[in-house]
Design a protein around this ligand. Structure first.
Ligand code: Z5A
Length: 220
C-alpha cells in the first residue's frame, strides 16, 4: 500500500483513561511545534452518518443488539469515517488524532462480549482492507480508577452515554487484559502509556513518541 502523506494516530484504553484529554494536548503540541493541520476525531462517529450510527449504538435504551450486530454497526460507522474523513485528510498531509478505532472493537466486542476474534478480523479485512493506524497509544489505567474518573466526567456532562460504564468490573478487567495483549502483539504500532501519572507526565511521553514517528516519517 502506498504511504499516505499524513499520519494516523489512535488513542485506546478503558473508560476514563484520559484519551480525550491527551488528544487535545497532543493536537495543540503538533500545531505549535510542527505548524501542521490536525484533525481531532472519534469512534464511533467522526462524520454525520457515523455519528448517527453512534447514537443508535450508544444512546438507545432497551435494544436487542447481539455482539455480531453491534460489531457490524461499529464497522459500518468506521467505513464511512475512513472513506469520507480519514483517508481524504491523510491525502492532504493532515495529522489525524482519533479517539478509539479497531482495537476498541477487538477488546469490547471480543474480550468483553465474547465474539470470536477471527470474525472481527474477517469483517475488518472486508471493511478496511488492511488499513491500520501509524501509531496507537494505549493508555493503561487500573479499572477502578478509570471508572471513577469516567463517572465523575459523566456527572458533568449531559450526553447520557453511560451504557458501557454500567457494565461490571469483570467486564472492564477483560478489556484491560485485551488492550495489553494487543499492545504486546503489535509492538511496531502500539505504545503503552501509564495512565496513573499526571496529565502533564502522560502528555510529555506522548509528545516524545509522536516526535519519533514524525522523524521516521520525514527522514525514513
Ligand atoms: N466502543 C466499542 O464497544 N467498540 C468500538 O469499536 C468502539 C467503541 C470504537 C464510546 O467510547 C464507547 O463505545 C466506549 C467503547 C465503545 N465505551 N464506553 N463507555 P468513548 O471513547 O466515547 O467513551 P469513553 O471511553 O467512556 O471515554 P471517556 O470516559 O471520555 O474517557 P477518556 O476520553 O479516556 O478520558 P477523559 O475524558 O480524557 O478523562 C476522564 C476524566 O479523567 C476527566 O475528568 C479528566 O479530566 C480526568 N483525567 C484525565 N487524565 C487524568 C490524569 N492523568 N489524572 C487525573 N485525572 C485525569
Amino acid at each position: 500500500m502506498a504511504k499516505a502523506k499524513g499520519l494516523f494516530v489512535t488513542f485506546e484504553g478503558g473508560e476514563g483513561a484520559g484519551k480525550t484529554t491527551q488528544i487535545k494536548l497532543l493536537s495543540e503540541y503538533i500545531q505549535s511545534k510542527y505548524a501542521q493541520d490536525v484533525v481531532e476525531t472519534r469512534e464511533p462517529g467522526g462524520t454525520p452518518g457515523a455519528e448517527k450510527i453512534r447514537n443508535l449504538i450508544i444512546q438507545k435504551e432497551g435494544v436487542d443488539w447481539t455482539p455480531l450486530s453491534e460489531t457490524l454497526m461499529f464497522f459500518a460507522a468506521r467505513h464511512i469515517h475512513v472513506e469520507n474523513l480519514i483517508k481524504p485528510a491523510l491525502d492532504t498531509g493532515k495529522i489525524i488524532l482519533c479517539d478509539r478505532f479497531t482495537d476498541s472493537t477487538r477488546t469490547y466486542q471480543s474480550y468483553g462480549h465474547g465474539l470470536d476474534p477471527q470474525t472481527i478480523e474477517t469483517i475488518n479485512d472486508i471493511t478496511l482492507n488492511g488499513f491500520e493506524p501509524d501509531l496507537t497509544f494505549i493508555i493503561d489505567l487500573d479499572v477502578v480508577t478509570g471508572l471513577k474518573r469516567a463517572k465523575s466526567r459523566l456527572q458533568n456532562d449531559n450526553s447520557g452515554e453511560d451504557r458501557y460504564e454500567s457494565l461490571n468490573v469483570e467486564f472492564h478487567e477483560r478489556l484491560h487484559k485485551g488492550f495489553l495483549e494487543i499492545a504486546e502483539n503489535n509492538p511496531q504500532r502500539c505504545r503503552v502509556i501509564d495512565g496513573s501519572g499526571s496529565i502533564e507526565q502522560l502528555s510529555l511521553q506522548i509528545q516524545s513518541e509522536f516526535d519519533k514517528l514524525w522523524a521516521e516519517h520525514h527522514n525514513g
